[in-house]
Structure formats: C-alpha cells, structure tokens
Write a protein that binds this ligand. Structure first.
Ligand code: UDP
Length: 188
C-alpha cells in the first residue's frame, strides 16, 4: 500500500488486477479501523497451494518463474511430489534478462494455464503487466517469496506466531534486511 502511494504507476497496476489478496495483518487491522473490515487474512502462499491442488484436480498446467535457481528447482520438485498429477509447463529462476522478448516468448510457448511469478513486490506485478499480452491464456499470480518457502529454503513462521499476528516479526528476525520494509509500517 505504501509503495502504491510512492509509485502511481504501480498503484495503477495493482488496481488493474482482477484480485488483490489481503496478505498481511496490517491491512486487516487498518480496514477494521476504517470501518470497512475485510473478513480475514488471505496469504499468498496458502492461495498458491490451493491453486496447485485445484490445477492438479482440473488438469491445468503451471509455470514457475522466479527466485534463485536452487529455490526454483526445489519448489517445483516439491510441488510435483505433493501434487503428482500436476502438469508443470516449465520453470525458470528470476535472475535472467526478464524483459527479453525471446525469454518471454519461451515461457508463453509452454502455454501455461497458471503462471506463478516470484520476483518480489513491485517487480512481479510490473512483469505481469508488461508481458501478459504475449500469452493467449493464463492466470498470473505474483507470489513474492513463496518459492523460497515451498522449496524449504525459507521457513514460514510457526503457527502460534501467525495466530498472535507476529509473522512479520518472525520474518524480520530471520531477514534483518527487511527492517526498511517494517519501518514503512509506522508510516502506514
Ligand atoms: N527475486 C527474483 N529476481 C529478482 C529479485 C527477486 O527472482 O530480480 C526473488 C527472490 O529470490 C525471492 C523473491 O523474489 O525469492 C522475493 O521474495 P520476498 O520475500 O522479498 O518477496 P516480497 O516480500 O517482496 O513479496
């Protein structure tokens, strides 16, 4: 939300999405304070898992774009193990020349039904906005650090931390670099 105020084009991109998930306890609390409550927190990673299960059931294919090579590969391997009938259209780490025409074309050519884009906030939404026209079909979803969690490279906070609304604190302890992001909470 703070980034959308600093970057009007990012705001436009977010608002043009078909769905925006309230994946953070701050948004839930702010919505309540403003008298327009949202029902509950809906995390991106839980939604991604639900989409994988649905894709397996319906015979849809998924493409995994983003994260470091190791995390990307392991995330796909784990998804295949957990959802054996899931069709993997393809995968690529997120440190390539992402806007290169041939690169985008190589992903579109796999004709995925779902494209998970794990490039971090802002970068992933902008990539989707800039390149979705090259695809004939597909649901695009920005999933942030979800491949890192799916791959086992990063652990999600224990349930009790989530229940006490402290997942953000757990992530900060593990990744002190997130402090600049957490400081934005004061502004928020
Ligand atoms: N990432 C990437 N390419 C980039 C920058 C980031 O693939 O050029 C990946 C990074 O490896 C990580 C994810 O994007 O897997 C961002 O994770 P983070 O938890 O920071 O997501 P956010 O909280 O920004 O949604």
């Amino acid at each position: 939300v703070i980034a959308t105020r600093d970057h009007p084009d990012f705001k436009e991109t977010v608002q043009s999405a078909d769905h925006v998930l309230p994946d953070g306890i701050g948004i839930i609390n702010a919505a309540k304070m403003m008298g327009t409550p949202l029902q509950e927190r809906v995390s991106g990673i839980d939604t991604m898992r639900a989409m994988l299960a649905y894709a397996e059931e319906q015979g849809y294919s998924a493409y995994f774009l983003g994260a470091k090579e190791e995390a990307n590969r392991k995330a796909v391997e784990r998804a295949e193990r957990r959802f054996p009938k899931l069709k993997i259209a393809g995968r690529h780490h997120g440190y390539a020349d992402l806007d290169d025409e041939a690169f985008v074309e190589s992903i579109a050519a796999t004709e995925p039904d779902i494209i998970f884009v794990a490039l971090g906030m802002m970068k992933q939404e902008q990539w989707i906005r800039d390149h979705m026209d090259r695809f004939d079909k597909g649901v695009f979803m920005g999933v942030g650090g979800s491949f890192d969690v799916l791959s086992g490279e990063a652990k999600r906070a224990p349930d009790i931390w989530i229940r006490f609304q402290l997942e953000w604190l757990c992530r900060l302890i593990k990744q002190p670099k997130r402090i600049t992001r957490v400081m934005k909470v004061a502004q928020f």
